[in-house]
Design a protein around this ligand. Structure first.
Ligand SMILES: Cc1cc2nc3c(=O)[nH]c(=O)nc-3n(C[C@H](O)[C@H](O)[C@H](O)COP(=O)(O)OP(=O)(O)OC[C@H]3O[C@@H](n4cnc5c(N)ncnc54)[C@H](O)[C@@H]3O)c2cc1C
Length: 498
């Protein structure tokens, strides 16, 4: 196993488990699902039982809330399966349920999120409309308040899981602006029509019409009028997810191609001996690796709690464009066999085409990046923005939250004792002890420290909240650390303050 900044031995175990699971439960059936144009319901339940639909979601609702690199492993391996299957699952687990998880009420989480994580309910995210795809502000579907209900009218299109899902998170226009509301699939006034797509055949994609559909006001996700910002915020995760799955898809295509090249002979030699083809493979392998490292870096930023619009847009842009080229070049290596359905690379060629369209087109990614790079536009996350500055935690609250943010998988078996000397009103002396995979916080100094750290309460809070830079603080002497490597090791053992 190559050394990695991002993956631990536990991640590798998860990868192996996923590979075995997909090889046994998914790959043998994908052709049948492609032919039937749907994934059977029991597969969702199986994925739910395995815990694969809630890796990022709260434990309270059945999720596992583990570090984001478990999701990276999951999505890469998912990306090697069948593109229709990966689309259906990733939309459900990382896109449609994301809004309820982040902004939904406890009632909505109990009613929809919990069964969705268990695979008992299938979800869809319905934003795009016949007249509004890239331009989300232009949606026309309305929700008019009528007592304790909203009455919804309008239509959506290209909705993944649209025909067979149990509920949609629908973007609608209310009096206060764009809002997100849950609508059940079987409700009166909902009509679904399956679309006949070029690829992703096993993934069900539909057009939905809403005619006087009445839903309780309690189905509103978060605040009325904040839907546009929730959507823009969640687009970052969606785009990162698309980039990670593309990495998996390219690895899959390369593996298939190398295997074929090693056995196909022309002029008495296997075709992997021809320099023209070898150089093509070498170029693709280099670009795939370069892209992979950027995607991992973006995933790391995301895991650290950064709202990385620029990097997520770049990752989606570059990964999906590269995927299109990689699969095209790979297909070429198969000659005529690449053009027949018996060879999976043929299906991949159709499937990969949507990558630069769905979830934000290549042109829209470039627009966002250009605005940030040229016009210095900054985007703010919708969820933390609504919390307001006054609610930011104090240094003492942040110290107290360390056990809840502790990541035992990063600490392993090591023992680290840190003595904090925090000056100021919110300061004090604290001992943080990491031992046998557990973390505790106590007032005062106890035990022989591995490292002592001295700084002001405001600086401590700013560093933890990502508002100050640790290196600058260190260089300017505002933070004193007795053992720098130990402090860096210690920092890795905690999730960022969310
Ligand atoms: C298989 C599939 C699954 C999908 N799943 C879902 C889903 O689950 N939920 C959902 O809500 N949506 C879904 N979509 C919709 C998808 O997100 C949209 O198709 C996409 O955002 C593009 O919108 P559009 O098709 O309306 O294209 P348009 O916005 O009409 O764009 C047409 C062309 O103009 C370009 N363009 C548009 N505006 C600009 C601009 N400002 N500058 C430069 N170029 C521009 C675009 O890049 C594109 O090339 C899915 C689509 C597909 C194909």
């Amino acid at each position: 196993m190559r050394k990695s900044l991002y993956f631990t031995a536990e991640h590798q175990i998860l990868r192996k488990t996923l590979q075995e699971f997909f090889a046994k439960e998914i790959l043998p059936y994908t052709q049948e699902w492609e032919d039937n144009r749907r994934i059977p319901r029991h597969i969702w339940e199986l994925m739910g039982e395995m815990g694969y639909l809630g890796l990022c979601h709260e434990q309270q609702y059945g999720g596992s809330e583990i570090d984001f690199f478990c999701s990276v492993v999951f999505l890469e391996e998912l990306g090697k399966t069948n593109a229709g299957f990966q689309t259906a699952i990733s939309v459900h687990a990382y896109m449609a349920t994301n809004h309820i998880a982040r902004a939904g009420s406890d009632y909505l989480k109990e009613k929809y999120l919990r069964p969705a994580i268990a695979g008992k309910l299938i979800s869809a995210l319905a934003i795009s409309e016949p007249e509004a795809g890239s331009d989300v502000q232009a949606i026309r579907t309305t929700a008019k308040r009528d007592g304790d209900f909203y009455v919804i009218n309008g239509s959506k299109t290209w909705i993944t899981n649209g025909t067979y899902c149990d509920f949609y998170e629908v973007a609608v226009k209310t009096d206060k602006g764009i809002s997100l509301i849950i609508v059940e699939g079987e409700q009166a006034g909902v009509t679904r029509t399956k679309l006949n797509k070029m690829g992703l055949h096993s993934s069900d994609t539909a057009e939905i019409a809403f005619q006087d559909v009445r839903v309780p006001v309690a189905n509103l996700i978060g605040e009325e009028g904040k839907g546009f910002y929730y959507i823009m915020d969640s687009f970052q995760l969606e785009r990162l997810v698309a980039a990670i799955m593309s990495v998996g898809g390219m690895d899959w295509a390369m593996a298939q191609t190398l295997e074929y090249m090693a056995q196909r002979q022309t002029f008495g030699r296997t075709i992997n001996k021809y320099q023209a083809l070898r150089h093509t493979i070498a170029q693709l392998a280099s670009e795939i690796e370069q892209n992979r490292q950027f995607v991992y870096h973006t995933a790391w930023l995301h895991e650290q709690g950064e709202f990385c619009v620029k990097e997520c847009s770049m990752a989606k842009l570059l990964s999906t464009e590269l995927s299109k080229r990689v699969i095209d070049e790979c297909l070429q290596m198969f000659g005529g066999y690449g053009y027949v359905e018996d060879f999976p690379i043929c299906r991949a060629y159709r499937d990969v085409r949507v990558g630069t369209i769905a979830g934000g087109t290549t042109q829209i990614m470039r627009e966002i990046i250009a605005k940030m790079v040229i016009d210095d536009v900054q985007y703010k996350p919708a969820y933390s923005e609504t919390e307001g500055e006054s609610k930011l935690p104090t240094a003492r609250e942040i110290i107290a939250s360390l056990p809840a943010r502790f990541r035992p998988e990063k600490a392993g078996e090591q023992t680290i004792i840190v003595h904090y000397d925090i000056t100021g009103e919110q300061g004090g002396k604290f001992t943080i002890r990491i031992e046998a995979g557990k973390c505790s916080v106590g007032e005062g100094w106890v035990g022989k420290p591995t490292c002592t750290i001295a700084l002001a309460d405001t600086l401590y809070a700013d560093l933890e909240l990502g508002k100050a830079d640790a290196q600058t603080a260190f260089m300017s002497g505002k933070i004193q650390v007795s053992n720098l490597p130990a402090m860096m090791q210690f920092s890795k053992c905690f999730k960022r303050v969310s």
